[in-house]
Design a protein around this ligand. Structure first.
Ligand code: C5P
Length: 218
């Protein structure tokens, strides 16, 4: 769909992007895309194969052949491998969490991911969350948000979700990598939601989006 609308939603781990993104997509009747899940799916597939992940060339050889395809289920766009979508438990496992930020800086991996994420436009209007959506995947969209929250609040949210992962190291890698580091796009609306609920944050985003959409006549 050529004229589809994309809401780009970036931010570090536990900043609320997933919850707010799904809420916005549900309210607007858009499709939601969790791009972190795509990187995690590739990581899981690599871990299963036992290939040496310290050699980017081998990782890229592997990427060229992996049998992954986009699919939509319950308005969520996901990557299926050999026709199967990995469960949230698998994608959130310690092995995957500890490895994903080592594979995501590889330039060829990012090229594949960005191309596949742009291809999601064929499913219609999108809310896409990740780290580089406003800066690299859809830099032309006028609808960009960057969510953030203090380190303490994000650590507390992770714990409440039952995750024991200390995400500080992953966030550090994501923010300091050379290719597409985590940073707000120049024209993103930056929201620190340390002291707001996800519902209040998402309603604010929705109101902002609707107002801008009217202003642009889209
Ligand atoms: O969002 P989530 O925590 O699932 O992302 C997992 C990892 O995938 C991030 O820590 C990052 O290394 C990578 N990622 C990325 N670019 C995106 C989305 C995720 O590099 N757009």
């Amino acid at each position: 769909m050529k004229d589809a609308i994309v809401i780009a939603l970036d931010g570090p781990s536990a900043s609320g992007k997933g919850t707010c993104g799904r809420y916005l997509a549900g309210k607007l009747g858009f499709r939601h895309v969790d791009t972190g899940a795509m990187y995690r799916t590739f990581t899981w597939y690599c871990l299963q194969s036992g290939i040496d992940l310290s050699h980017p060339a081998r990782v890229l050889d592997f990427l060229r052949q992996w049998p992954a395809e986009l699919e939509v289920s319950s308005d969520e766009v996901r990557l299926a491998v050999n026709g199967k979508v990995a469960s949230p438990e698998i994608l959130r496992s310690d092995d995957v969490a500890n490895t994903v930020a080592k594979l995501s800086p590889i330039a060829g991996v990012r090229v594949w991911m960005v191309r596949t994420q742009r291809d999601c436009l064929r499913f219609g209007n999108l809310v896409m969350d990740g780290r580089d959506i406003g800066t690299h995947v859809f830099p032309e969209t006028p609808f960009k948000f960057f969510l953030t929250a203090s380190d303490e609040v994000r650590a507390r949210r992770r714990k409440a979700e039952g995750s024991a992962e200390n995400t500080a190291e992953r966030d550090r890698r994501d923010s300091t990598r050379k290719v597409a580091p985590l940073e707000p796009a120049r024209d993103a609306v930056v929201i620190d939601n340390s002291h707001e609920s996800a519902a209040v944050t998402a309603e604010f985003m929705l109101a902002h989006f609707e107002s801008k959409r009217r202003q642009l006549g889209l």
